[in-house]
Design a protein around this ligand. Structure first.
Ligand code: PRP
Ligand code: URA
Length: 208
């Protein structure tokens, strides 16, 4: 039986391993990130409400599904930018909002610099950010979306690596089932980096 919404575990493990490897260069990192992002975006979008449909084929009637709602992707810049093209590859009709939130390098506290959302707002929102460390940035994004009228069960999160602590903290703000990540790592370092993680996603993706 075909399972169109399952993630190919082999592909996922392969790309994640390339991202984690300290010897991966910028070109390889981007390649693995873009491929992994496409798998994760499919898995995250599959959690949105869908409806069964029938379509006329050249021969008869076929059955399928389609997205039953519209959705806004909300990248947290800078690193979230790495997920936008993959997201639009899965949902080309999606709206895209923008949040520029940066962690203070010493305190790891998030600060909001810029936000912009489309009008009208779609009924569901997916926050796009590859790293969920303390979850401070993601929770700030959730709170901003709630201020704009989103209920917690209409908010989703798509990331690459989470810390267990960040995953648990975010689960107190949106449903656990709405969080899609490739891996949940056990620890945070004293500087609030995910351990083992993969380092600074934005620096590695953009080569800074
Ligand atoms: C990183 C990452 C998340 C945040 C995660 O961004 O992309 O936004 O840190 O950490 P948290 O869960 O503890 O909030 P950063 O602020 O370093 O900026 P960048 O995207 O420019 O790398
Ligand atoms: N941001 C990153 O890019 N990596 C981490 O491990 C934590 C925050």
């Amino acid at each position: 039986m075909s399972q169109p919404h399952s993630i190919d575990q082999y592909e996922l493990d392969r790309y994640l391993c390339i991202l984690r490897d300290i010897d991966t260069n910028t070109v390889q990192f981007r390649w693995a990130s873009d491929n992994l992002a496409r798998l994760l975006c499919s898995a995250a979008v599959a959690k949105l409400p869908h409806r069964k449909i029938t379509v006329k084929t050249p021969v008869g009637i076929g059955e399928g599904v389609e997205l039953a709602t519209n959705v806004m992707g909300v990248p947290i810049y800078r690193a979230g930018q790495a997920l936008v093209q993959a997201f639009l590859g899965v949902v080309p009709q999606a709206a895209v909002g923008s949040l520029l939130i940066q962690r203070n390098e010493e305190t790891a506290q998030p600060k909001l610099f810029y936000k912009k959302f489309p009008h009208p707002l779609p009924p569901n929102a997916i926050i796009l950010d590859p790293m969920l460390a303390t979850a401070g940035s993601a929770i700030m994004a959730v709170n901003i979306l709630k201020e704009h009228g989103y209920a917690s069960d209409s908010i989703y999160f798509l990331g690459v690596v989470a810390s267990q602590e960040g995953f648990d903290r975010l689960s107190q703000h949106i449903p656990t089932a709405h969080i899609t990540v490739a891996a949940v790592d056990p620890r945070l370092t004293a500087m609030k980096y995910i351990d083992p993680g993969l380092g600074d996603y934005g620096d590695r993706y953009f080569g800074t």
